[in-house]
Design a protein around this ligand. Structure first.
Ligand SMILES: [Zn+2]
Length: 480
């Protein structure tokens, strides 16, 4: 049969539904990762193991676990405890809904299915090179094993984690939030950095073995390796490239000043902060988490205007654990506002101008997406997976609150909230009540109802031409 006829036949067939393969096993939740890796710069490879502890959070049992790795990595064996190695089927596959993204998929058949709420630790021996993912359009994933700079992170699948090669499925899977221990052996010419706590550093022949553990749960595990210099000041480890020592001195100083300022505003932390800040080359993607470590591109070290990202993360130290699940992430809004307040205090960047820009940007966003903003109230951003809005909407909400209360009352309210709930954890309802208690004039119940329960705030923001004018909407003052 000529090909053209085949094509013709294919075209005249009715459209196919989704393939009738059985639905994939649920993706278990990662609760702990133990990495033990050795870095070989000459062969541009890593080798070692990952102990991945998983919990079945679904209501059906799991008999197969699919792990994803970088397409140049491969699995040698997988065991559970001291048991015999498990059957592993691996292949390089393309993501079903993102064909440019190719990963190694290792499907493990468990000896006994993992029942709901049960957990197990897979001990995965693996190794190989790491391929960057720039060709997918994710330009920041330039990851590869190189003496100049090496980064090991989930973005380039440098260690095995459960998942299936579908972006949609990964988005719907349980969020990563796990404890970790990373033992990394690298040539002694280099410094290994990671978030959490540096437990030890010991010679191993011509190599050095570095051990890090997370302090609490972390949203990611990142290891960077370079000819870093390191400075430890009051539990804050700063890893920087020797060429940027001037910028590093400023970053170190600003970090301490920001911590002191936040303590003045909101009171002492229960324990002194302990975290790492790692410099990475420009274009490799900054990321920040106090537990996972803060990675910042060279630009932050050279350009003081970029320090706001660092300030943002530092303010999160003054957030009690968020008990709302899923949370509307008001913390992100508060961090967005407070990072500008810190930049005003420490770098002389005028808060008023930044808040005005926040207002203008939100007005633009609302004009571009009127339906989203006017149908989903802030308190439902978690349930509706719209927490990317929490930053700008929450940022402006707290800026307005600050305008209404003034700094003394604002700080007293948040200090009370933090110190009251730091041990127990906090809810959006606690936040609301604590601020409302500080409000003698009684405007705040309407304010929170408009910002959190309904989308009444949208109209006020659209009409406002200044933050004073916006705040006037709730203070009863005449519009300015
Ligand atoms: Zn944040």
């Amino acid at each position: 049969m000529p090909t053209s006829l085949l094509l013709l036949l294919a075209c005249s067939l009715p459209p196919q539904g989704p393939p009738s393969t059985p639905p994939p096993s649920p993706i278990p939740r990662v609760v702990d990762v133990g990495l033990e890796l050795s870095v070989d710069f000459e062969r541009h490879r890593i080798s070692g193991s990952a102990a991945v502890t998983l919990v079945n959070t679904a209501d059906t049992s799991i008999s197969e676990i699919s792990l994803l790795l970088n397409r140049l990595l491969s699995v040698t064996t997988v065991r559970v405890g001291g048991d015999a190695p498990l059957a592993v089927q691996q292949a390089v596959v393309a993501f079903g809904d993102f064909a440019k993204l190719r990963v190694a998929q290792a499907v493990i058949t468990l000896a006994t299915p993992l029942q709901p709420a049960e957990s197990l630790t897979l001990h995965v021996v693996y190794g190989g090179a790491i391929a960057p993912y720039t060709e997918t359009g994710m330009l920041y994933i330039q990851d590869h094993v190189d003496p100049e700079f090496t980064i090991l992170r989930r973005d380039a699948y440098a260690f095995p984690l459960p998942g299936i090669p579908m972006i949609a499925a990964l988005r719907a899977a349980p969020q990563y939030d796990f404890t970790y221990r990373a033992t990394i052996t690298a040539p002694s010419t280099h410094t290994v950095a990671s978030g959490g706590q540096l437990v030890s550093r010991s010679p191993a022949g011509a190599m050095t073995r570095w051990v890090f553990t997370s302090v609490g749960s972390a949203p990611y595990l990142v290891v960077t390796i370079a000819r870093y210099r390191m400075e430890d000041r009051n539990g804050v480890r700063l890893y920087y490239f020797p060429l940027d020592s001037l910028g590093a001195a400023r970053v170190a100083a600003r970090t301490q000043q920001a911590l002191t300022t936040l303590e003045r505003w909101f009171g002492r932390l229960p324990t002194p902060p302990q975290f790492a800040l790692m410099e990475i080359p420009d274009g490799w993607g900054s990321q920040a988490s106090l537990t996972g470590g803060i990675i910042q591109t060279e630009a932050t070290f050279r350009d003081p205007d970029r320090l706001t990202e660092l300030y943002h993360e530092l303010t999160h130290l003054w957030n009690p654990v968020d008990l709302d699940t899923p949370s509307a992430r008001w913390n992100e809004g508060l961090a967005t506002f407070l990072m500008y307040r810190l930049a005003d205090t420490l770098d002389g960047r005028e808060l008023g101008a930044e808040v005005h820009r926040l207002l203008a940007r939100l007005q633009d966003h609302i004009s571009a997406n009127p339906t989203t903003y006017s149908t989903v109230p802030f308190r439902e951003y978690g349930i509706t997976r719209k927490t990317d809005l929490s930053y700008r909407v929450g940022g402006l909400m707290f800026a307005t609150l600050y305008q209404l209360l003034g700094s003394a009352r604002f700080d007293r309210a948040y200090r009370t909230l933090f110190q009251t709930y730091v041990a127990s954890g906090v809810t959006l309802a606690n936040l609301r009540r604590t601020f409302t208690d500080q409000d003698a004039e009684g405007h705040l119940s309407q304010f929170f109802s408009d910002w959190l329960d309904t989308t009444q705030w949208v109209g006020a923001v659209r009409e406002a031409d200044s933050i004073r004018n916006l705040a006037g909407h709730w203070s009863g003052a005449a519009p300015q």
